[in-house]
Design a protein around this ligand. Sequence first.
Ligand code: SAM
Length: 190
Amino acid sequence: MGPFELKSARYLAADHLARVIREGDAVADATAGNGHDTCFLAELAGAAGRVYAFDIQASAIESTAERLAESGLSSRVTLLNTGHEHMAEHIREPLRAVMFNLGWLPGGNKQITTQWETTRRALEQALSLLMPLGVCTVCVYPGHASGEEERQRLTEYLASLRPQEYNVLHEKFLNAGAFAPECFVIQRME
Ligand SMILES: C[S@@+](CC[C@H](N)C(=O)[O-])C[C@H]1O[C@@H](n2cnc3c(N)ncnc32)[C@H](O)[C@@H]1O
């Protein structure tokens, strides 16, 4: 990564993850989309690492597979064309990090977007899979109705986590309008 720039929720999430993920780690991308985040995680996890990447859209999994192949990263990634709410069925090892980038696939069908009920189930599993001091990031996009619902419910849910178990940080740009994307960072303490 280049010089630090305070420019977007996704950038903030990536900055936190880059400080936490080490070579050889197991991590998950809960929303693979076009594969940018999966490639980013695969670079950080290194040749000995493992990235589990989920998406419900076959086209997203295909785009991610192409992007990984172009970067020579395919062997580090397990691609799963299934909902992230099934994460615990597919991952049998502790994770250093999990990345959620909610919303719809950029350039894709805006009807196919993450929904709070499945996001909540996935988050519960992700937080249980984290190793102590592991980190989960969630970027949320309140500019559309289901994104606003996710933002509200996510805020309530994360605020209710026991501080003995998880620390939760909420980052938002105060001068970018009410619909600006927001970033949540959760660290498992024990
Ligand atoms: C904002 S995009 C992700 C962008 C991606 N991380 C990237 O780097 O290009 C959100 C993605 O979440 C996916 N999605 C929606 N519901 C899902 C679910 N239940 N499980 C996994 N992925 C889901 C969508 O298909 C979409 O591709």
